[in-house]
Design a binder for this molecule. Structure first.
Ligand SMILES: [Zn+2]
Length: 293
């Protein structure tokens, strides 16, 4: 079960005092717009409400794979020319590892023993446990990637510090995460203010085994990561909706009558070009490790 705890009111990005947000567990920084949630995870506990995560993941797979291909291109473009070693933190089902291993020597780290074990059984190099604890002393990488992971890590500064330590000179850190500037997130805040909180709760993954604890926008993310010894080399958006896989994604959203399913599908297909005019809900930051001193 997701539990609540007393929120710490200092903003992790700029240090100013956060103010109460839209729910008891939500807070926002009035200075840099960073948002936090006092929600705790229950990975490996498997006691939460039985969400059919497998179905949800299948619906998202096509979108993820398209976005992963783009991220591998960023990794190749910015990694040191001879850099081969790539670490995927929170490698989940191993889809990113499968995409990246054509170009890199990959390693995944996954805290959920069941999910990580399944990926390892498919022959993928996955270690069960938390980053950086499961790494050997002196184990270093040219690229470290977090796909939908960094927003779940409470002590994000320590995690970024560990990335700095585990990257070789010129190594790059790639963060792929939800954006608080995104169209759907801002819409969810609007409807939450009007009294319908379900979409907002869903975007924070409240009551799921691993809720989000941070929401960044491109600017406060850059500031936080720069403070840990990195420089931004590329910032981009990835589409939160693609036509490919959309029907499967809608189908696993629940028991929707067929006609209504196709009406939704058609409506969203038409909306995709319009949505592209607004900030996307998925952002990517590519950061290079700065030399010490
Ligand atoms: Zn702040």
């Amino acid at each position: 079960m997701t539990q609540r705890k007393q929120p710490d009111m200092a903003c992790i990005v700029c240090g100013n005092t956060k103010v109460a947000g839209l729910e008891g567990w939500h807070a926002t920084c009035p200075v840099c717009s960073y948002e936090s949630a006092a929600l705790t995870d229950a990975i490996n506990a498997h006691t939460g409400p039985e969400v059919n995560e497998a179905e949800r993941e299948a619906g998202l797979k096509a979108l993820r794979l398209e976005n992963f291909r783009v991220i591998v291109q960023y990794a190749r473009k910015h990694a040191p020319p001879a850099g081969r070693r790539l670490l995927d933190v929170g490698s989940a089902h191993g889809w990113f590892l499968e995409t990246a291993r054509e170009q890199f020597e990959v390693l995944g780290v996954e805290p959920d023993a069941v999910v990580g074990g399944r990926a390892a059984a498919r022959g993928l190099p996955v270690r069960s446990g938390y980053f950086p604890d499961v790494l050997a002393d002196g184990e270093r990488f040219d690229v470290i990637v977090f796909n939908d992971v960094i927003e779940h890590i409470p002590d994000i500064r320590s995690a970024l510090g560990a990335c700095h330590e585990r990257l070789d000179s010129g190594g790059i850190l790639i963060l792929n995460l939800p954006s608080s500037s995104g169209f759907f997130y801002r819409l969810s805040k609007l409807v939450a203010r009007l009294g319908w909180k379900a979409p907002f709760d869903r975007l924070w993954q409240k009551d799921l085994p691993s809720p989000h604890v941070h929401y960044f926008n491109p600017s406060n993310l850059r500031r936080l990561v720069a403070g840990q010894g990195f420089e931004l080399v590329e910032a981009a958006e990835l589409p939160a909706l693609r036509a490919k896989g959309l029907l499967e994604r809608l189908r696993c959203a629940g028991n929707v009558p067929l006609v209504s399913l196709y009406v939704q599908y058609a409506a969203i297909l038409c909306a995709i070009p319009v949505l592209r005019m607004f900030p996307s809900d998925i952002i990517v930051g590519v950061f290079r490790k700065k030399a010490a001193g």
